[in-house]
Structures are given as structure tokens and as C-alpha cells.
Design a protein around this ligand. Sequence first.
Ligand SMILES: NC(=O)c1ccc[n+]([C@@H]2O[C@H](COP(=O)([O-])OP(=O)(O)OC[C@H]3O[C@@H](n4cnc5c(N)ncnc54)[C@H](OP(=O)(O)O)[C@@H]3O)[C@@H](O)[C@H]2O)c1
Length: 246
Amino acid sequence: MKDRIVLITGATRGLGIAIAELFAQAGARVAMNYAHDDTAAKKAKEQVSACGTAELFKADALSENGVDALVEDVTDRWGAIDTLVLNATPAQYEKSIEDYSEADFASMFRAFVMSPHYLTRAVTPGMKAKQFGRIIHVTSEVFQCASSPFSAYVAGKGGQMGYLRSTAMELASFGITVNAVAPGWIPVERHESVAPEQKEKYLETIPLGRWGTREDVAHAVRFFADQDAGFLTGQSLSVNGGRTLF
Ligand SMILES: NC(=O)c1ccc[n+]([C@@H]2O[C@H](COP(=O)([O-])OP(=O)(O)OC[C@H]3O[C@@H](n4cnc5c(N)ncnc54)[C@H](OP(=O)(O)O)[C@@H]3O)[C@@H](O)[C@H]2O)c1
């Protein structure tokens, strides 16, 4: 990982910060993206910098202009990005079919299809020039396991897998691999208010009998990023304690 230039969207809390820490520990230069919470970002940067080289890059990773500015900033600072981790998410709302609006669906497609497209489009010229690249999508088990009432999010994540498979095919001949890490429910800050009974119910469905951690997810992302993972593309790795065995 030494000298790798890694851009992680949504890297200031949740799964993203653990991914950032692991890449920094491994010697990469880590571009930590976020869009809103400056205080949390500053704290996150201090935490990740204690492990290695990291900088904050504030930009809306879900918008075309935001992505173009983001990739330009990182490239100006360190050179072409060779590892992209597509991780950012906006708020996700569970609603019944009757209650989901067009805007709800648009928000999920923007986050999980359009944003990955803007980012992939912006980084691939640099990766093609190097004949090397690693693109890792953080998707979700919900596409395989289904989840309700959550159809907008699940459809967004399904669209993300379709985009991933097509781009993996298109970019393969340039030495660029495109893969997914599909976590199960990994409790992070935003789950602090979830009822204990709801958590207990989910825990009972995990064959390995414990909660997954952010580090479990980060290690899977790191696996796909490795130089030695170059013969893997278009794949999805479930990080959910065996829930996709059912
Ligand atoms: N945690 C889980 O249980 C779980 C399970 C399956 C899949 N996933 C997937 O894993 C990924 C990360 O989820 P998470 O649980 O870690 O989320 P999270 O804790 O809510 O973190 C989201 C991150 O995205 C950033 N962000 C939000 N809007 C942004 C924007 N417009 N541009 C750039 N950054 C933005 C946030 O920072 P700011 O708010 O400061 O911008 C934050 O750093 C998502 O793709 C999610 O679908 C999570």
C-alpha cells in the first residue's frame, strides 16, 4: 500500500473511518472525504493521522460538480488516485411502498448509482494511464437478503451492483478491478438509538453469533485493494457472519 493514493468517500465516521485507518496504517495516502460535519471530520482526521498519512477533502460526493472538484483537489495534492472506495451515504429512510416518493428513490439512486458513476468517470483516466486501479464499492447484504420496508435503499444498492458489474467488464483490460464489499448490519454511530429488541432480533440471525465490526468491513475492503488481488473483478464479498448462507 505504500505510496498508494486512496480516496474514500464518507470517511469521517461509521465504516469509512475504519477503512481510512486501515489504509493509513498500511502506508497509503488517504483522502478522507465528507460533506457536512466539520467538527466530526476534524476529530476523524486526528484519529486517522495517528495511523499514517491522511487529509480531509470536503465535497459533496453525491453531486457531479462536487465529485469533479474532489478528484481534482486530491490529484493536485498527491497525484492520480489509484484506489477508490465508494462508501458515502445520505440518510436512509425505511418506508412502506405507499409512502416512498419519487424524491426518496431519486436520493438513493443518486447516492448509489450516480455518485459511483461520477467518481468512476473522474478517476479512470488516471488509472488507465497507470494501467492499474482498484475500485471498491461498499454495497449491502440487502440486495441478496432483501429487507423491508426499505425498497428505495435496496433498489439503489441493486443498481449499484449492476453498475459495478458493467464497469468491471469495461475496465478489466486496463488492469482496473471493480469489486464490492457487502456488509450486513454493522452498528455505527447512527444506530445508537435503535431499540435493543430490534438489535437482538438481528443478532439471532447471524450464524457466527456475534456483531460484525467496522474493522471486519475494513479488512475486506483492504483485501480487494491489495496488489495481489489483481485477478478478482466484478465480485461481491458478503461481510455478515454467514447470513447469506440462507
Ligand atoms: N453500517 C451498516 O450497518 C451498513 C450496512 C450495510 C451497508 N452499509 C453501507 O456502508 C456505507 C457506509 O455506511 P455507514 O453506516 O458507515 O454510514 P454513516 O455512519 O452514516 O457515515 C456516512 C459518511 O458519509 C458522509 N457523507 C454523507 N453525505 C455525504 C455527501 N453528500 N458527500 C460526501 N460524504 C457524505 C458522512 O459525513 P458528513 O455527514 O459529515 O458528510 C459520513 O462520513 C454506505 O454505503 C452504507 O449503505 C452500511
